[in-house]
Design a protein around this ligand. Structure first.
Ligand SMILES: NC(=O)c1ccc[n+]([C@@H]2O[C@H](COP(=O)([O-])OP(=O)(O)OC[C@H]3O[C@@H](n4cnc5c(N)ncnc54)[C@H](O)[C@@H]3O)[C@@H](O)[C@H]2O)c1
Length: 348
């Protein structure tokens, strides 16, 4: 599958060793994944050059960015260097920014190791670094030449990590249409732990999800309008994430529930569809609305604080935000919504 200039592969790292010549490649991964990553490299890679970064979001900082540049300097990394990011979305966000800026741009290959990064973060070329508490405020677009997905990585993820990835996959299914959404209804009906789904199901799920994201990316690589539809659930989601500390996917799931409530109050979406989406989210262990998210996190919901965060959202224009309103499964639109209308869907 090709996404503008990215090619997506499924298979083990060693099957694609020719893409990563040892004399040109530098591998970036987090400390906790280093061992798992090393054993997946092909034989003869014992001398591979590695850069280890802290785990998770804590690698997306300026001190870590600087340390990666210093490591590249020590490796004499030139413009022909291939930077291979092995990790979740945090590692690929950091490595993507490094690849964009080192020597004014070097080749990037992403090996996503979480469900979320396979279906979302590795695809589409966005990267970012955090500035203090301000998430993703410094970043660029730099497409990886290759994305290498191996569902075997998923076996070491917890149910919670898998569910967080599922939230973005369900979001893609709602954007896509009935058939794709029914795929998730069948998974929800089976009522088995996500870890028991099996590699074939995961691969099918990831491929379908990537196809949806790619359609939006290819229509609007630089995120000027069409791609905004991918923010379904994210306006409330970002605020929920900040206030509850829940994983991103959990907050997005609750944000989708809130977006659905708003769509229903506008008579854009019927109750039966809202209930179908909520049911799939709940069956997969995700919150289906804002009160459920706060209850799950053991936090008290203060609607004014949550609205305050949305008010400071960078996408706000005067009293309105661009908001993703679902009109049905397969019909999701970006519309201007005023802050008073957002307030009405919050429980009082
Ligand atoms: N650029 C984009 O388009 C985009 C899209 C969505 C999210 N993101 C970013 O992605 C980040 C979240 O990424 P994430 O959810 O993949 O998590 P993550 O990269 O933050 O990793 C979470 C944890 O999982 C561990 N981990 C990773 N792979 C593992 C594996 N196979 N087995 C066991 N543990 C593993 C990591 O070491 C870390 O501790 C956020 O920073 C977010 O902003 C970017």
């Amino acid at each position: 599958m090709r996404a503008s200039t990215s090619t997506i592969h499924f298979g083990t790292l060693s099957e694609f060793s020719e893409l990563m010549p040892p004399d040109k490649s530098v591998f970036v991964t987090s400390a906790s994944l280093r061992k798992k990553a090393s054993v997946r490299l092909p034989k003869g890679s014992e001398d591979a050059r590695w850069i280890e970064v802290p785990d998770g979001e804590s690698c997306k900082t300026f001190p870590v960015l600087e340390s990666v540049y210093h490591a590249l300097l020590s490796f004499d990394a030139d413009p022909d260097t291939v930077l291979v990011a092995i990790g979740g979305g945090s590692v690929s966000d950091l490595a993507g920014f490094v690849a964009h800026t080192w020597k004014r741009g070097i080749e990037l290959i992403i090996v996503p190791t979480t469900l979320l990064s396979m279906i979302d973060a590795s695809v589409g070329g966005k990267n970012a670094i955090d500035l203090g508490n301000a998430k993703n405020v410094v970043g660029s677009f730099h497409l990886p030449t290759h994305i290498i997905c191996d569902v075997d990585w998923l076996s070491s993820l917890s149910e919670k990590d898998l569910a967080a990835g599922m939230a973005e996959a369900i979001k893609h299914a709602v954007l896509d249409g009935e058939e794709h959404f029914r795929f998730f209804e069948r998974i929800a009906d089976a009522q088995v732990p996500l870890s028991a789904l099996g590699g074939k199901t995961f691969e099918a799920l990831i491929r379908r999800s990537q196809e949806v994201k790619l359609r939006y990316v290819e229509a609007d690589l630089y995120d000027s309008r069409v791609r905004h539809a991918l923010n379904y659930g994210h306006t409330f989601g970002h605020a929920i994430e900040l206030l509850t500390g829940l994983p991103h996917g959990y907050a997005v799931a609750a944000g989708m529930g809130a977006a659905n409530a708003l769509a229903m109050s506008r008579k854009a979406l019927d109750h039966a569809t809202v209930a179908r989406i909520a049911r799939v989210l709940r069956h997969l262990g995700l919150p289906s609305d804002i009160p459920e998210a706060f209850a799950m996190a053991g936090r008290t919901l203060e609607p004014e604080t949550l609205l305050g965060l949305i008010r400071s959202d960078k996408k706000r224009r005067r009293n309105e935000v661009d908001f993703v309103v679902p009109h049905g499964i397969g019909d999701v639109r970006v519309e201007a919504v005023c802050l008073d209308e957002l307030a009405k869907v919050l429980p009082r």
